[in-house]
Structures are given as C-alpha cells and as structure tokens.
Write a protein that binds this ligand. Sequence first.
Ligand code: CIZ
Ligand code: SF4
Length: 305
Amino acid sequence: MDQNFMIEEIIRLKKEKNAVILAHNYQIPEVQDIADIVGDSLKLSEEAAKTDADVIVFCGVHFMAESAKILSPNKKVLLPAIDAGCPMADMVDGESLREYRRNNPDTTIVCYVNSSAEVKAECDVCCTSSNALKIVKSLDTKKILFAPDKNLGNWIAQQVPDKEIELWPGFCITHERVKPEEIEKIRNVKQGVKIAVHPECNPAVVELADFVGSTAQIIEHISNSDDKEFIVGTEMGILHTLRKRNPEKKFHLLSPSLICFNMKKTSLEDVYNALLNDKHEITLDEEMRIKASKSLTKMLELSKG
Ligand code: CIZ
Ligand code: SF4
C-alpha cells in the first residue's frame, strides 16, 4: 500500500474512532511521526491515564499497552504488533514475587514498569527510569527490593546509600550488550564529545559515561546543552526525536548493538490495521488490574509531588 495513502487513512480512522496514538521514543521514525504523543513510559502512562479518547493505539511493547489498560480500563487499548514483548519484563513473574514477599515481609517491592500486569499487581509501587530515584527516595522503609532491572536498580542504589536495596537479577538484553570498551574506543575517536547513556546499561558502562538518564532525561539534557555533538547510549529510536528537536546538533550511536527488535516490530501498516480492525485488543483480569492499578497510581502520585 502506498505510504501516503496509509498515513491519510490512519488520520481518517483516528478521527472516526476518536483514537489517540501513543508512541515510545524507541519506535521507528514513521511511527513516531504519525503519533499524537511520543515519549517515555512515564509520559505515555500519564497521557493514557488522562486522555478522553475512546481508543488508545499503543506503539511500543506489550507491558506498555498493558499499563495503559490498567490506567484506562474503560478504553479500548490496542497493541498494533501483538508479538512485541520485552525480554526484561519476562525475567520476573508474580509467583516469584509472592514467594519473595513471604520470605521478606518487611521489604518494600519496587517494580520497574518494564514488567507484566501480574508483577505490578504483586509490588508496592512502580517506577520508570525517569522517576525511579524520586520514588525510591520517597519510601520510608529501609529495605527495598528493586525488580526486575539490576542495572537501573544499581544506579539508583548508588545514589541512595542509606537504603538497603536488593537487586532482582533481570536486565535489558539490548542495553546490556554495550561494552565499556566501546566507550573507550569512541572516546579516542571523538575526543571531547560527551557521552549520554541509559541506566539500563551495565554499571561498567554507566561509570564511564558523562550523563546518565532515561530517554526523556537524555532528550532534555541534550536539548538544553550548548554542546553541538553527542554520543548516545540508548536504543537508536531516540535519535529521531533528538535530531528533530536539535537539527543543528550531531549525534552518534554509542554501539551498533543498540537496537531493540521488539521496539522495531511496529510498522505503519500495523498501526493502520490496528485502527481498521481493532487489533490487537489488550484485556486483563479485573481483579489483577485493580491490584496493578494501585502500584501504578501510587507511582504517578509520588512522581508528581
Ligand atoms: O521508561 C521508558 O520508557 C523506557 C523503557 C526507557 C526510557 O528511559 O524511556
Ligand atoms: Fe525491553 Fe530493553 Fe527493548 Fe526496552 S529496550 S523493550 S527494556 S528489551
């Protein structure tokens, strides 16, 4: 199908169905460009919670669409590429957390939003990479379990030394691929150019970077900087927003391995099919949804204050 025709049809169907298209910063450029809102999990979940659209087309991975459904149960939430999952989210499950809680009743369980609805239903509060520090600092308990991302958890633990933070052994298969040697190598080639990385990277990489932050924080930091060139250590989809917002600046990807194949599964055609045929609708068990909504809503409240 002709791309321009497809774009026109997406716009027409969006109006007809009173739909909103949300796209994550890691989506392909064409999908970001057709979206009403592009952002990180925090921004997109805030939008999902307050939108008055009837349909939410979520261009991202499964857990993100689930979060939208948890926060907006009366809306139709569609995930255009139904097989777009997140391997990190699959590294923890509800039963393991229930067992952990039985053995550690005094520990507060903080779950990165990169987790299933079942996991969100078992934790005390959620966080994203944008608000993790704020959420952890706001807790009055000393003992915390951070799940499932050990790298983000480690980055937070270093900044909150007064808490005892236990790390679940999960990680992002995309960010974990970046090697500290890649930083050393690129520093030699691009001398003086600052390196911004995501806290999902291995601690050995994070330690060598000039700036560490979520995609929203990296975009903010780079857009407000006087530097004209940057090396970026997170999923390559972010380069699209960075270049759009900073046409005068030059960007290099820290490592060619920074491609999340799940984030790349959503095509423009999938978005069109989603709107045309209501594909693929996210449904959740209501009891689990209510439990999961408590930890997500708590996150949204704590991250505002
Ligand atoms: O929080 C998100 O959206 C993720 C997965 C990465 C980031 O930093 O935006
Ligand atoms: Fe999951 Fe990593 Fe892909 Fe994000 S970039 S969806 S954490 S595998």
